[in-house]
Write a protein that binds this ligand. Structure first.
Ligand code: A2P
Length: 277
């Protein structure tokens, strides 16, 4: 495994495991398998309603807590500061953990406009030792600027949808310029992925003797971003980690980005108007 170093010094693996929708015993078993397969960064959220299953997976997998990085996200309904601090503790109780390694604001919810107050709560949670590193998800540059201007503290991670259908040139460039790590949700296009059979991707993947899944994840890592693929299948969980013994040429990197499907792009919410609580 290779690692990125966040602006606050925390080292994170270049690929993590996504868990949205993995719940109950089968969800816990899938996450435990992922940990056994070698994933060390596990992403969850209050609103995935699976923090209990993640805690169960951690206990089942028998890997020391200190070797794992567990990341969760604050739900928009708890952006008032006191409620946020209670919700983070509730997240921890659900997972049976004493601290999260990373905690994010799940959505900016700009119409409700409470994300600065919620950010202040994450700063406080870090001071209290409930979380080690703090960041955001689905933020555009203007919102990232605002939290920094109003609190003096910058996010160290911005988790956004990123894959060949939504290459995120603008937000990625901003994140890079501000030492904010871009983490990719839906790195394989989610359950209704539009690109696994795309001819250009199949041809390039064959050239490197890789699957399209591996090609796309490697493309994301070569952009300096951190994909969190999800799979319930042990073989795919393993193959999605085998990304560090090949390099995509600059020409192929560009060809992959050029396949973006504008229709598929519309499946991703616009965070400047979308709200989720
Ligand atoms: P499965 O659980 O059957 O492997 P994302 O990570 O973008 O949210 O995408 C997750 C979806 O992609 C899941 O439906 C998962 O199905 C599928 N998937 C994960 N890894 C691969 C892969 N290497 N090749 C094809 N499909 C994959």
């Amino acid at each position: 495994m290779e690692f990125y170093e966040l602006a606050d010094g925390l080292k994170v693996p270049k690929v993590g495991f996504g868990t949205g929708g993995l719940k109950g015993s089968s969800g816990a078993a899938a996450v435990a398998n992922a940990i056994r397969a070698g994933y060390r960064l596990i992403d969850t959220a209050y609103n995935y309603e699976n923090e209990g299953a993640i805690g169960q997976a951690i206990r089942q997998a028998d890997v020391p807590r200190s070797e794992l990085l567990i990341e969760s996200k604050l739900a928009g309904k708890y952006y008032a500061k006191a409620e946020a601090l209670d919700a983070i503790q509730e997240s921890l109780y659900r997972a049976g953990l004493d601290y999260f390694d990373i905690y994010l604001l799940h959505w900016p919810n700009p119409i409700k406009d409470m994300y600065v107050e919620a950010w202040d709560a994450l700063i406080e949670a870090k001071k209290r030792g409930l979380v080690r590193a703090i960041g955001v998800a689905n933020f555009v540059p203007a919102f990232l600027d605002k939290i920094e201007e109003e609190t003096g503290e910058r996010a160290v991670i911005n988790q956004i949808p990123l894959n060949p259908d939504i290459p995120q040139f603008e937000t990625r460039a901003y994140d890079d310029a501000h030492h904010i790590l871009t983490e990719d949700w839906s790195p394989l296009g989610g359950p209704r992925s539009h690109f696994f059979n795309r001819e250009v991707l199949v041809e390039i993947a064959e050239k490197y003797n890789r699957t399209v899944g591996q090609l796309v994840l490697r493309w994301e890592i070569q952009h300096g971003t951190l994909p969190i693929p999800k799979s319930t299948n042990v073989d795919r969980q393993k193959s999605n980690l085998e990304l560090f013994d090949f390099t995509i040429s600059a020409e192929d990197m560009a060809s992959i980005a050029a396949t973006a499907d504008e229709e598929a792009r519309k499946l991703y919410p616009d965070p400047t108007v979308y709200e989720q609580f």
